[in-house]
Design a protein around this ligand. Structure first.
Ligand code: SF4
Length: 441
């Protein structure tokens, strides 16, 4: 057996692609190693959401290029979103790379490796408008050891937000067939996974591209919910205006679907949202969030925000801080705006916000997120909650199990035995900024 090491950067979609690539390679005499120095094949699965991630990818493989000078048979693959975007140009920047593999063709990996082993340099980065389910179903997935299985249900995005590279790296939106998804869910449950997260850049638009059937995310959730056994179901990421009452009702009706929505707002200013090409205003976002909260008991709602979008004024930025308070967002991912090649906003150079100012706004945004996260956590002190245990570790000299509630709150519980993979009941005894403390009942 040969050894493969894959370094994964970026989002959960990339992690899921890595699991698929490891699954494919396991059918072709490759076994995973966690030690890059032991590998015969080194691959990097890159992220292009920010310039920083792209720069990190090049610096990581620079070291591998040096190793190759003493180990000429070593093969190096550059994969993922940066590969999709830069294609052959990767060879100019890193001549020691053997193959460049975009996000649309991971199932061609066996054929690509064969060509590389015959001395060819290969680049597979054309855009494809199909899902790869026909080929994918022949391969099992090598999941990382965890209680949670991430299963992509859509790939790509049609929204073209003016700051976002995803439609250029992942292509137009394609929904995977429900039969393949259900098979992957059943396989994961049979392997002992306790939580299924359905994944997509815009998961609520699942099925919109099916020409011959009216089958949407709500239908898929109901089918998965009907499977035997006790497990949890989550879905991320939701586009605000695609959340229908039918979907919310499905969350209420299906006992395995968790009370958690991730609904990126991106800015609290309607003018900035328009410039971002988001299809809602501050008020429509607020109505959607209030609707979800009024219908789903104990729901938590998390979001994403960008600080320093081109042209964002101080007043518009303050509207974002106010929106986090007003809509009681439980947690938010944040980032300073980073111009990405090909996107519309990257051309608005004359409106770019000064770097120092962006850093200051990001800090203020993070402070607001922290404040609200603590406020949200405090609401659960004294409650009894179900926790799915994900970890057992020694934390500051004490044995602790860590897991998540149905509404995605992290809970630390003192416990001397490893309960990983079990559902436990805990009384919440305290709230910190990023987690809750609890005790076993
Ligand atoms: S909806 Fe999300 S993935 Fe699609 S373009 Fe907008 S930010 Fe990017």
């Amino acid at each position: 057996m040969k050894k493969v090491y894959i370094e994964t950067m970026g989002c959960q979609m990339n992690k899921s692609d890595t699991e698929r690539m490891l699954g494919i390679l396991s059918h072709f005499d490759y076994v995973e190693t966690k030690e890059p120095k032991d590998a015969d094949l080194l691959m990097i699965n890159t992220c292009s959401i920010r310039q920083l991630s792209e720069d990190k990818a090049y610096s990581a493989i620079g070291v591998w290029g040096k190793w190759k000078q003493n180990k000429p048979d070593l093969k190096i693959g550059f994969c993922g979103c940066v590969a999709q975007q830069k294609a052959e140009n990767i060879f100019k920047r890193a001549h020691y790379v053997d193959f460049v593999l975009g996000t649309h063709h991971i199932y061609k990996l066996p054929e690509i490796i064969k060509r590389v082993e015959n001395g060819e340099k290969v680049c597979e980065c054309e855009e494809s408008h199909k899902t790869e389910d026909e080929i994918a179903k022949n391969y099992e997935i090598t999941r990382v050891k965890s209680v949670n299985a991430w299963i992509p249900i859509t790939e790509g995005c049609n929204n073209f937000c003016t700051y976002c590279i995803v439609p250029y790296t992942r292509g137009r939106e394609r929904s995977r067939s429900s039969e393949i998804i259900l098979k992957e869910v059943k396989d994961a449950l049979a392997q002992g996974y306790k939580e299924i997260t359905l994944l997509g850049q815009n998961v609520d638009s699942y099925g919109k591209d099916f020409k011959d059937r009216n089958y949407r995310l709500a239908d898929l959730l109901r089918e998965i919910n009907a499977l035997d056994g006790y497990f949890r179901i989550r879905f991320v990421t939701s586009y605000p205006t695609d959340i229908t009452d039918e979907l919310i009702q499905t969350v209420i009706d299906c006992d395995k679907v968790c009370e958690y929505f991730h609904i990126p707002m991106q800015s609290g200013s309607s003018e900035v949202l328009k410039a971002m090409n988001r299809r809602y205003t501050k008020d429509t976002y607020g109505e959607i969030v209030k609707n979800v909260r009024s219908m789903v008991k104990d729901v938590t709602i998390t979001s994403d925000f960008i600080a320093g979008f081109p042209g964002e004024t101080e007043e518009q930025f303050v509207e974002t801080l106010n929106a986090i308070d007003e809509f009681e967002l439980d947690y938010s991912n944040t980032a300073a705006y980073s111009p990405r090649e090909k996107t519309v906003a990257a051309k608005w150079v004359d409106k770019f916000i000064d770097e120092d100012e962006k850093v200051k706004r990001l800090k203020r945004l993070n402070d607001k997120v922290k404040e609200n996260c603590l406020k949200s956590n405090k609401k659960f002190v004294g409650r009894t909650m179900e926790v799915l245990v994900e970890n057992f570790e020694n934390h500051k000299g004490k044995n602790v199990i860590t897991g998540r509630t149905r509404n995605n709150k992290i809970v630390h519980i003192p416990c001397d035995t490893d309960r990983t993979g079990e559902f436990v009941k805990a009384k919440i005894t305290g709230a910190k900024t990023w987690y809750l403390n609890g005790e076993l009942l």
